[in-house]
Unconditional design. Sequence first.
Length: 115
Amino acid sequence: MLPRHGSSNIFKRLLTGALLAGVFFVSAGTVTYLAVRGRTVEVPNVVGKSKEAARKELDDVGLRMDVKSWAHNTQAPADTVSDQSPAAGTVVKTGQIVRVSINLGAAPIGQNAQK
């Protein structure tokens, strides 16, 4: 057994390292540790998917979605992802934000749409 003063410092260092590496869940006296940060995943291709489907797919692999822009585009259905960054296939850490552009469909009469 370690001396009392030494074990306290070791415990503090271990706890600090564990808190930096993941998340603890405490329930009914049981501690469950979930290491989410630091895990790498491949960014899925969400171009062409609805905004909701893209958000769900990114969430399922541990990524977050942020809409960076909305634009009119006649080449894709309305309310679908027309662009994403980082690109599909890029390996990133969980928790990273994937920025997407959402298509508004054809531009109203008198406005130019992106081609």
